[in-house]
Design a protein around this ligand. Structure first.
Ligand SMILES: Nc1ncnc2c1ncn2[C@@H]1O[C@H](COP(=O)(O)OP(=O)(O)O)[C@@H](O)[C@H]1O
Ligand SMILES: [Mg+2]
Length: 454
């Protein structure tokens, strides 16, 4: 309302009264004029301060709308209390908005930082939000996963029953994975339409470990059963039909001794493997001079037949001592020499060398270390088998390995020893040309950092 109208409204009645009094002769004209002047003057003052207060209130209300806290100003004359209340309400609303924003940011941060991939889905299964882990792990592949029937069923169940529901699924792209999906309904729904949370936990590794464990037990049982069956069979034959046949008895007893030795080797290798696995997190601490250790291994090895292979040894001069476990390093050498002798070319020499790697040799780490190398000139390992030969019981040619007394554990043991020594294993093979196995070992074991296991 404009100030002029307020003056008119406020002053109208007294002014008319004064005018009537003067006209009726009940008051002197000068007194009526003075009364009218005072009325109009005070009306104007009132109207101006009223207008100023209204402007200030309008401003305060606008500030509530924009969330702008009201500035502390001297209170107005007429509506002081109301103005103060509005200022307080404005500040309170602003504080609440700040708290809400803080909560919202905390929620977003929690979702973002959770290690499992998570997406928030609307009722139509479109994605309203996804966290960083989801982007890193699945990238653009989420849409395809969301179409998986098992996942859709879990989402339907969660929404229908109003409680979390899980499903296991295997996906092939972008990478073969096994996932455990948990759908958690959101009630009440989020403002952006989010109705259900989908948590995609990657279980590939755990399932792999479980499978490896089951496979291992099955493999060990199988490896033991074969010689055991033959021992039982020959024992029965010796007790029965061959009882009075000395030549046959001799032949059977020879085979039984071989089978017994085979079981023995298998148990030895299994025990070695489990011992190394148990200590894999403890860094070795012996000082080992390869210049002394290698000739010792060769001397003990020389007694074995191993196809009568000649071993050419080359130990670089001035090789520094390494921090290692001498028994385990000797075992690496024995296992590699065994393989070179068993699978190498009969009559051709086996090369064994120890040296410092050349600076910048790309296969090995840049840290100070030494390289052990065992090379043969045998038929080699076909490329497709190379990545798997260090797996337990993996053999390229099962029959040949068995015939040569192999357990299929030699390279698995080497791999674990190298890993315990924080070293690196490189197997190169050219079909028809031979096989070269190199083991890089660090000069010093890294000092474990606080909180690091092993
Ligand atoms: N020097 C080599 N030349 C050819 N094949 C090899 C050589 N070393 C290992 N292999 C292959 O890798 C497989 C696994 O080796 P290993 O773990 O030592 O088991 P094992 O010798 O008992 O069979 C062998 O069965 C063989 O097929
Ligand atoms: Mg072997």
């Amino acid at each position: 309302m404009r100030p002029v109208s307020i003056v008119a409204i406020v002053s109208a009645v007294p002014v008319i009264a004064f005018a009537l009094l003067a006209a009726a002769g009940l008051a002197p004209a000068w007194a009526a004029a003075a009364g009218i002047a005072v009325t109009v003057l005070s009306g104007t003052v009132f109207a101006l301060s009223w207008a100023r207060d209204l402007a200030r209130l309008t401003d305060a209300v606008r500030r509530i709308e924009t969330g702008d806290p009201a500035p502390a100003r001297p209170g107005p004359v007429l509506l002081g209390q109301l103005d103060l209340t509005i200022a307080r309400v404005t500040r309170e609303i602003a504080a609440r908005a700040a708290r809400l924003e803080q909560d919202r940011r905390a929620d977003t941060m929690i979702l973002e930082r959770l290690p499992d991939p998570i997406a928030v889905l609307r009722a139509d299964r479109s994605v309203s939000r996804r966290n960083r882990a989801m982007d890193t792990v699945f990238g653009d592949g989420l849409d395809a996963i969301l179409r998986h029937p098992a996942l859709r069923e879990a989402l339907d169940r969660a929404l229908e029953k109003g409680e979390p529901s899980s499903a296991d699924l295997a996906i092939a792209a972008p990478q073969a994975r096994e996932l455990r999906v948990t759908a958690v309904p959101i009630d009440p729904p989020l403002r952006d339409g989010g109705r259900v949370l989908a948590v995609l936990a990657d279980r590939t590794r755990e399932h792999g470990i479980e499978r490896a464990h089951t496979d291992f037990v099955a493999n060990v049982s199988h490896e033991l059963r074969t010689p055991l069956a033959s021992l039982i069979g020959f024992t029965e034959t010796l007790l029965g039909p061959a009882e009075d046949d000395p030549p046959a008895r001799r032949r059977f007893l020879t085979i039984m001794a071989e089978q017994g030795a085979r079981m023995n080797r298998l148990i030895d290798d299994l025990l070695s493997l489990s011992r190394i696995e148990m200590t894999e997190h403890e860094a070795p601490s012996e000082r080992v001079d390869l210049g002394t250790l290698i000739p010792g291994v060769i001397a003990a090895y020389g007694a074995r037949p191993a196809g009568g292979a000649r071993i050419e040894v080359e130990i670089a001069a001035g090789l520094p001592e390494i921090v290692a476990d001498s028994g385990e390093i000797a075992q690496i050498l024995r296992n590699l020499l065994d393989n070179a002798a068993k699978y190498g070319k009969p009559g051709s020499p086996i090369q064994l060398s120890a040296r410092r790697p050349a600076p910048g040799e790309p296969v090995f780490p840049a840290r100070p270390g030494v390289v052990l190398r065992v090379a043969d000139q045998g038929p080699g390992i076909p490329k497709m088998h190379l990545p798997r030969v260090t797996e337990r019981f993996y053999r390229v040619d099962k029959g040949r390995s068995r015939a040569a007394g192999g357990t299929g554990l030699g390279l698995a043991i080497v791999k674990h020893i190298v890993s315990r020594h924080r070293g690196q294993l490189a197997i190169d093979s050219e079909e028809g040309q031979g096989t070269t196995v190199q083991v890089w070992l660090p000069l010093n074991q890294p000092v474990p950092r606080a909180g690091e296991s092993g």
